[in-house]
Design a protein around this ligand. Structure first.
Ligand code: OFO
Length: 170
């Protein structure tokens, strides 16, 4: 039987994933209005992936025989000053999410909940990729300081991103 402390921690994490989606939607809207349709597409797809991350956690709680807890989703920041600022905030946010995931892994160890520990490892690995991707994008954006035209190439590249369901087949 899954413990209440674990149900609470996983439910909180699902909420944090939905908040991530909300934040990335707000960033996508900013990029769209600023004329960067490709970057808006990239952020919109990122938001969809965050919804998949959150829903997968809810599915796990149900699979373990418990009921997920629901709570308000925080309103995200909606005004940004530049695409660079957006991706600085993406990177900082993903670092924060990593710290949340790590706490769940620690709790699962303490509670000797091997199923949750095994489940949350997917997210531990995913966060390595999330931080690396945000860091790489930020590095590319920093290059645009001296070559502003590069931002348009980046925008075109990001416009090609398509959504892949990370849990297809589960
Ligand atoms: Fe769910 O990976 Fe970003 O937050």
């Amino acid at each position: 039987m899954i413990k209440e402390s674990i149900v609470k921690a996983l439910s909180d994490q699902a909420n944090a994933e939905y908040y991530s989606a909300y934040l990335y939607l707000a960033m996508s809207a900013y990029a769209d209005r600023a004329g960067y349709k490709g970057i808006a597409n990239w952020l919109f797809i990122q938001a969809k992936e965050e919804i998949a991350h959150g829903s997968h956690i809810y599915g796990h709680i149900l699979e373990r025989g418990a009921v997920p807890l629901f709570a308000d989703i925080k309103v995200p920041e909606t005004s940004f000053n530049s695409i660079k600022e957006v991706f600085e905030k993406v990177l900082n946010h993903e670092r924060h999410v990593t710290s949340l995931i790590d706490k769940i892994a620690t709790l699962a160890e303490e509670e000797k909940d091997h199923a949750t520990y095994n489940f949350i490892m997917w997210y531990v690995n995913e966060q390595i990729e999330e931080e690396a991707t945000a860091g790489d994008i930020l590095a590319k954006i920093n290059l645009t300081n001296s070559h502003p035209g590069l931002l348009f190439s980046l925008d075109a590249e990001f416009g090609t991103r398509v959504c892949n369901d990370p849990f297809a087949g589960d």
